[in-house]
Structures are given as C-alpha cells and as structure tokens.
Ligand binder design. Structure first.
Ligand SMILES: Nc1nc2c(c(=O)[nH]1)N[C@H]1C(S)=C(S)[C@@H](COP(=O)(O)O)O[C@H]1N2
Ligand SMILES: [Mo]
Length: 254
C-alpha cells in the first residue's frame, strides 16, 4: 500500500479517536460549552479531512492531449443576448464577479483575475450530452472545493446551487445544483480556460462548471452566483436544475 494511503488512514483514525477520547466518561456535554466547542471543531476538521484528503470517490477518465476533439459542439445557450451579460462581454469580464453566498461564513465576490490567481487544476475529460454526442477537451479552472473552503461552508449546507447569466427561450435563467460530495470531488472545477485558451462565450465565458462524472446539462455555463443551501426546493420549480424541471434526472451519473 502506498505510504500516502497509510498516512491518510492514520489521520482519519487519529481524528476519529480525538472525538471519542473527549467524549469518554463525559455524559453531559451540554453542560460544558468549552467541550461542545472543542467537539464542534473536531467535527469540522473531520469533515474537512474526509472531503479533501479522503475523497473515496472514483475519478472520471482523463485523456491525453492527442485525444482532444478537433471540434467541440457548443450546446444550449451559445451566445446569451441578456443585456447585463453583453455588457460584461464588452468589458472583457473586468466587472464580472463570482458570488459565493448562502450558508457560508464568509460570502465571496471574486473577480476573474482573483480566481485565476488561485491554484488551478487542468484535466482532459470527455463531455457526454444527453442528446447523444460526446467530445473531449482540456479544462483549466479553480477546484470548487478550494472556493468552498475559502467561503466556509456551514454545517447545515447540503447542496451547491449555480445561478447563470443566460435566459432560456421560456424566460427562465439557467440553473443547476450538485450535492456536496460532487462539489468536493477533486475533478469538480470552475473552468475559465478550454484547450489552453480563455473559455469562449459559446462554452460559457467567463466561467463554467465541470462536474466530470455527470452528463453535460449539469455543467452550468455563464456562472454568476454559487449558493450553498439546505435544499434546492427554492431553485426554479424545485427539481434542482433547468432541465430537471423539464423532466431530466437530477443525478445524471455516467
Ligand atoms: N448556462 C447554461 N449552461 C448550460 C447549458 C445552457 O443552455 N445554459 N446547456 C447545458 C448542456 S445541455 C450541455 S450539453 C452543455 C454544453 O456545453 P458546451 O456548450 O460547452 O458544449 O452545457 C450545459 N450547461
Ligand atoms: Mo446536453
């Protein structure tokens, strides 16, 4: 077994042991606020370790540069006509801000430059659209996990909701959601580059979600706001996404 796994296992056991040891012989935690506090911190740390160091989550296949598709279809909205979005394009997204809010300790509003200054991940993956086409591209962006750690996700948050800039034919703006396990998955990134170039408008500029173990419609383009929430009941018609509200599955695993 690689040393890395041993270390991870050790860390997990150590943390599990910490909470247990603190609890042993103490049957009235509620009477001891300091202990509640310590236990709360241990639990937070445990969650952090589980989600970032112990993903226990299969990776989607990654490919070589030679596999990149010469043509990658742009689908759904490819050139949003919304006035606010056009303005952002005109300014080359200098005034665009990615908002992270909802059930977080520190709401964020980050510029593209700020996001591009964060540690990035690059991956070559296959995009599968429910309509029956696939294409391989290289994506570079900020791991969603890093943004969530920065914002400080509150304990009662369960879903990450994405609010997009483009209005669809029926007048609704596009929206999507994923559960926290997919949000913290190492390949889940907010991509600002495609095949080494700034993300084109057709593919969701300035930033689009990549959630590599699900179908194309989960990968929200033109992301404006990321909201942490207890549920997605208040999003659109309540099924978790624009296409989900029109009959598609919420969990679109591939
Ligand atoms: N904001 C927004 N995101 C969206 C869509 C859309 O219409 N608007 N279409 C979805 C669908 S069905 C697919 S297959 C992919 C298409 O991404 P692409 O244009 O990069 O191929 O984006 C998804 N994300
Ligand atoms: Mo799609």
């Amino acid at each position: 077994m690689p040393a890395k796994l041993d270390r991870r296992g050790f860390l997990a056991r150590l943390l599990a042991g910490t909470s247990a040891a603190l609890l042993a012989g103490c049957d009235d935690v509620s009477a001891k606020p300091w202990l509640q506090n310590v236990l709360g911190k241990a639990e937070q740390l445990n969650r952090f370790v589980q989600r970032t160091l112990l993903p226990h989550q299969a990776l989607a296949p990654e490919f070589a540069k030679a596999d990149i598709s010469p043509v990658f279809k742009a689908n759904g909205s490819t050139n949003p006509l919304d006035a606010d979005y056009r303005q952002l394009v005109t300014e080359n997204f200098a005034n665009w801000r990615l908002v992270v809010d909802g059930l977080v300790d520190r709401p964020l509003a980050l510029s593209l430059a700020e996001l591009q200054a964060l540690p990035a991940r690059t991956q070559i993956t296959r995009h599968d659209c429910v309509e029956g086409w696939s294409a391989i591209a290289e994506w570079t962006g900020v791991p969603l996990a890093a943004l969530l750690e920065r914002a400080g996700v509150q304990a009662d948050a369960r879903y990450v909701l994405f609010h997009c800039a483009d209005t669809m034919d029926d007048g609704a703006s596009y929206y999507e959601s994923v559960a926290l396990d997919d949000a913290y998955h190492p390949q889940t990134i907010l991509a600002y580059a495609m095949n080494g170039q700034p993300l084109p408008v057709a593919h969701g500029a300035p930033m689009r979600l990549r959630v590599e173990r699900q179908l194309g419609y989960k990968m929200a383009k033109y992301v404006m706001r990321i909201e942490l929430a207890r549920s997605f009941a208040h999003l659109g018609e309540g099924k978790g996404g624009y296409w989900e509200d029109r009959g598609y599955e919420w969990y679109a695993g591939i």
